[in-house]
Design a binder for this molecule. Structure first.
Ligand code: FES
Length: 145
């Protein structure tokens, strides 16, 4: 198997876990660009698996499609992106990953304490959320803010 092997959309869907319609959606957005066979069938480079996987990871991190499109603009069309291409692209979302890690660490630290949800059920709530003052700043557990 090689990165420039050609795959049908069904194979791509099986390997990425994406639906065929989702792959067509990303194609319409210009995030993947298949070739056409003489019979006008789509054929994707095996390396497109990584493009689609990058989209999945970025979405999991909470990036919008517009942010993903912007990040992937730096990828070459018509050739398999190499390690330095991906390094450049990944740099664009690294800050986002770091912010997510910091946020999750804070939640992990706070989870057994008062999470600012308004229940006032823990002793700590009286200290950290007296009279549910956090409720004035928004809905839901304010520890997630
Ligand atoms: S845990 Fe709910 S308000 Fe403190």
């Amino acid at each position: 198997m090689k990165a420039n092997d050609l795959l049908g959309i069904g194979e791509l869907a099986r390997r990425t876990g994406l639906s065929v319609s989702a792959i067509r959606f990303y194609e319409n957005k210009g995030l993947v660009e298949p070739m056409r066979t003489g019979g006008n069938q789509r054929r994707f480079l095996r390396s497109d698996i990584r493009r689609l996987s990058f989209i999945l990871i970025a979405q999991n991190l909470g990036l919008s499609l517009a942010e993903i499109e912007e990040a992937m603009k730096g990828l070459p069309q018509g050739r398999t992106p190499n390690a330095s291409d991906w390094k450049r692209i990944s740099a664009a979302i690294r800050q986002r990953i770091d912010a997510q890690i910091a946020r999750l660490e804070k939640i992990r630290e706070d989870l057994d304490g008062c999470i600012g949800c308004g229940c006032l059920s823990l002793k700590k709530c009286a200290l950290y959320n007296a009279c549910d003052k956090w409720g004035e700043s928004g809905k839901g557990p304010r520890v997630l803010r």
